[in-house]
Design a binder for this molecule. Structure first.
Ligand code: ZN
Length: 281
């Protein structure tokens, strides 16, 4: 049995390749049927090796003459099996090496592809971040513009309220200002509420002031001019200003507009553009 086992064990490789004579094959199969654990393990191993070869490396099939060599070796009772095994092992080693190389290359390709994808996504993320930053900046601008608009509307609303407060007063007085020689077509009007000591002034068709100059409104108390503030013009030559307090309004005799250096003057120095006399009544 043991002697038989040693010989049969060496024929398992040839058996896997279908290279045994029928009686040799039957002898091995009956030995395996008797339950030789070691031979069964070798057989399983060999089968795996042989099965893996055609799939992994097509070129590594056993040479066609191998069967004949094995048959010859067996029939002449040469001890040929170890050579077959080592040939198979070499084939497996070559196949394994090739598989490992292929796996390495696949891994490298995958790594490159992954790196490239990461670079792309990093660039993409950068671009996305940039566009987000731009969008945020745009939104911030819009918020600022919106806030300015609200502020502008609020101040316009306040202005309208001041006008309404003046105009709605039952004691409202209106003083018209006429354009003088420097600009005869210009006009102005003061809505004046003596009880509330408040007034709104409007100017129309004033020429745009030269740079460094500004129009200034004056109230004349007797013949004494009192500063009522500078005002700017819009593109149509319209301007307005609120006169918060008209102290000693009973003494007011006239309103006037002169062209003064920017920021205004303590006393009028430039040409007078508008003049309106307060009629007593
Ligand atoms: Zn055995």
């Amino acid at each position: 049995m043991t002697e038989n086992h040693d010989k049969l064990k060496d024929s398992i490789a040839a058996y896997c390749l279908g290279a045994l004579e029928q009686d040799e094959q039957q002898a091995l199969e009956s030995h395996l049927d008797q339950g030789c654990h070691e031979c069964q393990e070798i057989l399983t191993e060999m089968r795996l090796v042989v099965q893996s070869m055609p799939f992994s490396v097509p070129g590594e099939k056993p040479p066609a003459e191998l069967k004949q060599r094995i048959l010859t070796a067996v029939s002449t009772e040469e001890y040929a099996a170890p050579a077959v095994v080592s040939e198979l092992k070499e084939g497996v080693a070559r196949a394994s090496k090739k598989l490992v190389e292929e796996a390495k290359q696949r891994w490298m390709r995958a790594t490159w592809a992954l790196s490239f994808a990461m670079v792309l996504s990093i660039i993409g993320f950068g671009v996305y971040t940039q566009s987000l930053k731009k969008r945020v900046a745009l939104l911030e601008n819009q918020v600022v513009i919106g806030a300015q608009l609200v502020e502008g509307l609020q101040s316009e609303l306040d202005r309208q309220r001041r006008i309404l407060n003046v105009v709605n007063s039952p004691n409202i007085r209106i003083v018209n200002l006429d354009g003088l020689d420097v600009s005869p077509s210009s006009q102005g009007v003061v809505y004046w509420d003596p009880l509330q000591s408040k007034a709104m002034f409007y100017a129309f068709d004033l020429p745009q002031p030269p740079s460094g100059k500004e129009y200034q409104l004056w109230m004349l108390r007797g013949t004494q001019p009192v500063d009522a503030g500078v005002f700017s013009l819009d593109e149509q030559g319209k301007g307005s200003s609120a006169i918060a307090t008209l102290s000693d309004s009973a003494a007011l005799t006239a309103f006037a507009v002169t062209l003064e250096p920017k920021g205004g003057s303590p006393q009028p120095t430039g040409d007078m553009y508008l003049l309106g006399v307060v009629t007593k009544g």
